[in-house]
Structures are given as structure tokens and as C-alpha cells.
Ligand binder design. Structure first.
Ligand code: ATP
Ligand code: MG
Length: 339
């Protein structure tokens, strides 16, 4: 159940009601509804928050506390009807940039299946990267981003206290569009994460490095010079190194945001084969602009348009039997869909 539902909402559901621009509400604070007051107060330091809170009428304080209680209790309990075949269940998820000024995701609801490849497709600016970054809370440091609704990971809310940010990011790794190797040797790039997790034994680290490079289909390329700087590798090799670095931590999920868009067809083919191979052990969520790539590597596909999920289905059905005219237009390259 999402934290705010139409039945229980103290205020109107967010996805129907724009949130106030919270950067500029200082003087109007008392007039806001409980939901906006809650998000505004969350941005303040404790003392200022307390002063603001006591300035409210008794009734407004009660509404605010009721809203907070509802919000918190939903996040702390595991989801009892979580389907074991899924790794993520996304429910009524909304996101605003710029302190609520700009909504980028609208009422997102879909499931991501465990140990499958899920492709996120849709025109530029439709919210694919924004959505993907939420799956391992990459937005946490940006105080101007507001989210509402729930993302459940293996039955637990990703915002629950059960997961520290570090644990979540270990379980849900990320590979970016441009390869981002650390400025160190090939070996150290991969050993870095396990070392940070307290693994000190040289043999264990050697094994992790070898195994990760083999899994990432890079071992044969680099086995004779593991001390070479990572930046001496080609772009495609660097991307496979970044994948090796992620899988060294044995994640449950790998998020990939257009991981091959900077690569040539041969390097792309290698990464695609790697993704297929890894999906036996790891769930992969990949953003791609290539419809051919989505069809080659993904089991399921989700079509985003203007911040909404329009269709989510098996890749076969998405490409052979699209249900909506929006998806049909997109697959036909019709420009009317562009934002
Ligand atoms: N940091 C930000 N602040 C404000 N708005 C943002 C921010 N990042 C993204 N947006 C906006 O959110 C919307 C979704 O952007 P997003 O980058 O998620 O799209 P995308 O589908 O990944 O696009 P592309 O295919 O071009 O990578 C866009 O309108 C974008 O301008
Ligand atoms: Mg993007």
C-alpha cells in the first residue's frame, strides 16, 4: 500500500495536485495543507522546525502529526503481499525537482522481475534516468527533490531503516553512460569496494578481482597487466571494468543508464552478451534509446512518456503488440510524442 492513498490521504493525492513551491513558502506556511507543511519542515534544522511547528494551530498540528505517522508507518513495515518473483515493486511513485516546482514522475506503478533484464525506453526527457536513480536512492543528497509513494525492494521499503544507504547501494549497483573508472590501477578499481567492506586478505582480494573480471568478460584482455592504470583501457574495456567493479560487491541488481551509448558496435555487442550472461545471477535494469538493443537483451520493457509509465510488459509484447497509440507512435518514430 502506498503511503498516500485516495482513501486515507490527509490532503488530496499528490499526483493530482501540484505541490507548492516549497522554496518560497516562508510567509504562507500556516496556510499550506499538512502534506506541504510536512515536506517543508523536513528541510529545516530541528530548532527552526520546532518553532514553525508550535506556531501552528492545534488542529493543524494534529493533521501534520497524522500525516507524518501515516507516512512513517508505511515505510517501516515489510510489504506482506510482495511477490517473490519480483525484486522491486513500485507503487504510486511521484517525484518533484526544484522543491516541488517541477514534477518529473507521475504515479508510477510497475514491478521489476528478479533475475531478468528490464529495459526502460521512451523519448528524451521522459524521466527514465530520474526513475532509475531512485532505485538505489541516488537522489538522497539532493534536498530539493521530493518523492512520494513507495519503492519496495525484496519486500522492504527502500527508505526503511533496515537499509543504510551503503547497504542499499551495495545491493543495487549502478553503471553510468560514460565509463567512470577511478584514477587507479585496474586491480585497485575492483579491490576498492571489497576493501572498503573490510576485506583485507590478499588472496581473497585477488580471487574477487579475477572472478569479477572474468564475469565481466575482461580477464583475458587485462590478466597480464592488472597494475596498468584503468584509464589506459579503451572505452569499451573501461565500461566492462566499471561493470566488474560493480559485480565485485555481489549486488542483487545492476542499474545501467545507457551503458553502451558511447561505444562502438563491437564493444556494444560485448556488453550486451555480458548483460545476458549476468542476468542469471543479477537483476538488470537498463535505460536504452536503442529499440534493437532492448529487443536483443531484455525480457521485459517499460515505456515512459512525459514522466508516466504508459506500458509495461514482456519485451515481445511491447514490440509486437503495443496496446497504446502512444507506444505505437513511439515505435514508429512519430515525432508527436516528443516533449
Ligand atoms: N536535476 C534536475 N533538476 C530539474 N529538472 C531535472 C533535473 N534532472 C532532470 N530534470 C528534468 O526531469 C525530466 C526527466 O529527465 P530525465 O533526465 O530523467 O529524462 P530521460 O528520460 O533520462 O532523458 P534522456 O533520454 O535524454 O536521458 C526532464 O524534463 C528534465 O529536464
Ligand atoms: Mg537519461
Amino acid at each position: 500500500m502506498a503511503e498516500i492513498t485516495k482513501k486515507t490521504a490527509v490532503t488530496k493525492p499528490l499526483n493530482q495536485e501540484p505541490i507548492n513551491d516549497l522554496a518560497n513558502v516562508e510567509s504562507d506556511f500556516k496556510k499550506l495543507d499538512a502534506r506541504s507543511q510536512y515536506y517543508y519542515l523536513r528541510k529545516l534544522k530541528p530548532f527552526k522546525r520546532a518553532v514553525k511547528f508550535v506556531s501552528l494551530s492545534h488542529q493543524k498540528q494534529k493533521d501534520l502529526l497524522a500525516f507524518r505517522k501515516q507516512n512513517r508507518s508505511q515505510k517501516s513495515k515489510p510489504k506482506t503481499d510482495f511477490n517473490e518473483e519480483n525484486i522491486f515493486e513500485v507503487r504510486n511513485f511521484n517525484l518533484w525537482y526544484n522543491n516541488g516546482d517541477k514534477q518529473a514522475l507521475f504515479d508510477i506503478n510497475f514491478d521489476i522481475k528478479k533475475n531478468k533484464v528490464t529495459a526502460l525506453i521512451g523519448p528524451s526527457g521522459c524521466g527514465k534516468s530520474t526513475f532509475l536513480r531512485n532505485l538505489n536512492r541516488m537522489h538522497d543528497l539532493d534536498n530539493s527533490i521530493i518523492t512520494e509513494g513507495d519503492i519496495w525492494f525484496n519486500g522492504e521499503n527502500i527508505n526503511s531503516k533496515k537499509y543504510s544507504l551503503m547497504e542499499l547501494r551495495t545491493k543495487v549497483g549502478m553503471v553510468f553512460q560514460k565509463p567512470t573508472p577511478f584514477n587507479m590501477s585496474i586491480y585497485d578499481n575492483i579491490a576498492f569496494g571489497p576493501k572498503n567492506h573490510g576485506i583485507k586478505d590478499k588472496n581473497t582480494l585477488d580471487n574477487i578481482v579475477k572472478e569479477s573480471l572474468m564475469d565481466a568478460a575482461l580477464w583475458e584482455d587485462v590478466k597480464n597487466d592488472l597494475q596498468a592504470p584503468a584509464t589506459s583501457l579503451s572505452g569499451g574495456q573501461q565500461q566492462r571494468l566499471c561493470i566488474a567493479r560493480s559485480i565485485a560487491l555481489k549486488p542483487d541488481v545492476l542499474l545501467m543508464d545507457e551503458p553502451t551509448s558511447a561505444l562502438d558496435p563491437i564493444a556494444t555487442g560485448k556488453i550486451e552478451r555480458l548483460i545476458k550472461k549476468l542476468s542469471d545471477k543479477v537483476t538488470i535494469v537498463i535505460v536504452t534509446h536503442s529499440m534493437a538493443q532492448a529487443q536483443r537483451i531484455s525480457d521485459n520493457t517499460v515505456f515512459f512518456l512525459k514522466g508516466k509509465v504508459i506500458e509495461a510488459n514482456t519485451t515481445k509484447k511491447i514490440f509486437t503488440r503495443p496496446k497504446t497509440k502512444e507506444l505505437r507512435h513511439y515505435l514508429n518514430g512519430d515525432e508527436n510524442n516528443d516533449q
